[in-house]
Design a protein around this ligand. Structure first.
Ligand SMILES: Cc1cc2nc3c(=O)[nH]c(=O)nc-3n(C[C@H](O)[C@H](O)[C@H](O)COP(=O)(O)O)c2cc1C
Length: 285
C-alpha cells in the first residue's frame, strides 16, 4: 500500500496471522531502515511498483524478506531470478489471465489477482469473480484474491471461488497503525461502496494508470481548479493543504470501514466472519 505500509502496520498484520507488506518503492535507504524495524521472527513481504523500480532495494528485499511482489509491468524473468537468488519467493499482482500466465512463465511462485473493485491503481478490466475464474482455470499457482474484500463474507466468497488467500488494502488505511491523515480516514468511514470512482485524474508523474479513489476527492480537486495538483500522492499525517483534494484511494470495500481499528482487530474480525460464513454455507450445501 505504498507509503501507508509502515513497519508498525505490516508487523501488526503479520503478528495477527496475516502477511504484512512494506513498499520497496520508497527507495533502498528508506526500505533498509524499515526492514531494520521488523523483528527477525516476523515475516513481512515487500511490494514493488515496476515503473519506479529501485534495483538496490529489490536486491535487499530479496535477501531480507520471504516474499517480494511486483505490480504494474511486464513480468520479467530477470527480476524474478533476482528474487530467487536472494532466497525469497516472488509474486506478481495481475489484472488478467494473460498477465497471470506471463507471471507464471517468468518464474513467479504466486499470483495476486486484482479485480477492478480494488482501491489504488487498477491493472485490469474484470471484476474479481470472473478474473478469479479465468486465472484459476489457467494457472496452477497459489492464488491471492484482491479487490473489494472488506468483510469476512467477501473473504469467504473469494476463497470459495478458488482463491487460496485474500489481500485487503482499504481497510488497513483506516488501521490505528496507519499514517493516513485523519481527514482521509474520516472520509473512508463516511463512505459506502458506491462512493468510489475509477479515474485517471490523479495521474501527474504516473499517467494513463487508472486508479480508484473516493468520488469526493475528484469533486474537491475539480473545485480547486488551477490550484489542484493531481499528484498520485495520498495524504499522510505530514500532509498539508486541502486534504479532501488529495488522491483518497478507496476500494469498493470501503463500506466495511466503520471506525479506526487496530490492524490485529481487523485481521481477527475478517477471519472469524469468514469462518462463520464458510461454515454456514457448508451447512446449507
Ligand atoms: C492506499 C492504497 C495504496 C496502494 N498501493 C499499492 C502499491 O503500492 N502496490 C500495489 O501492488 N498495490 C497497491 N494497492 C492495491 C492493493 O494491492 C490491492 O489491490 C487493493 O488494495 C485491494 O482492494 P481493496 O482496497 O478494496 O482491499 C494500493 C491500494 C490502496 C488502497
Amino acid at each position: 500500500m505504498g507509503g501507508f505500509a509502515t513497519p508498525d502496520l505490516a508487523v501488526a498484520v503479520s503478528v495477527a496471522g496475516g502477511l504484512g507488506m512494506l513498499s520497496g518503492t520508497i527507495g533502498a535507504e528508506a526500505l533498509s531502515a524499515q526492514l531494520d524495524a521488523v523483528p527477525a521472527d516476523v515475516p513481512v513481504g515487500v511490494n514493488f511498483l515496476v515503473p519506479f523500480l529501485d534495483r538496490q532495494a529489490l536486491e535487499d528485499a530479496a535477501t531480507r524478506s520471504p516474499l517480494v511482489e511486483f505490480f504494474w509491468g511486464e513480468p520479467d524473468p530477470a527480476m524474478i531470478a533476482t528474487v530467487h537468488e536472494g532466497g525469497a519467493r516472488a509474486g506478481w499482482q495481475v489484472g488478467s489471465a494473460d498477465e497471470a500466465r506471463a507471471a507464471r512463465d517468468a518464474g513467479c511462485d504466486l499470483i495476486v489477482a486484482q479485480g477492478i473493485e480494488a482501491g489504488g491503481h487498477i491493472r485490469g478490466s474484470l471484476g474479481l469473480l470472473p478474473l478469479l475464474d479465468e486465472v484459476r482455470a489457467s494457472v496452477a499457482l497459489p492464488l491471492v484474491a484482491a479487490g473489494g474484500i472488506g468483510t469476512g463474507r467477501a473473504m469467504a466468497a473469494a476463497l470459495a471461488a478458488g482463491a487460496d488467500a485474500v489481500r485487503v488494502g482499504t481497510r488497513f488505511v483506516a488501521a490505528s497503525e496507519s499514517t493516513a491523515h485523519p481527514v482521509y480516514v474520516e472520509a473512508l468511514i463516511r463512505s459506502g461502496a458506491d462512493d468510489t470512482v475509477l479515474t485517471t485524474a490523479f495521474g501527474e508523474g504516473w499517467p494513463n494508470a487508472p486508479h480508484r479513489v473516493l468520488r469526493s476527492a475528484l469533486t474537491a480537486g475539480e473545485a480547486l481548479g488551477a490550484a489542484q495538483s493531481w499528484s498520485p500522492e495520498w495524504p499522510s499525517l505530514a500532509s498539508s493543504g486541502v486534504i479532501e483534494a488529495y488522491a483518497l484511494y478507496a476500494g469498493q470495500s470501503v463500506g466495511a470501514v466503520r471506525s479506526r481499528q487496530a490492524a490485529a482487530e481487523i485481521v481477527h474480525e475478517l477471519v472469524a466472519e469468514a469462518e462463520q460464513a464458510l461454515q454456514s454455507s457448508g451447512a446449507q450445501g
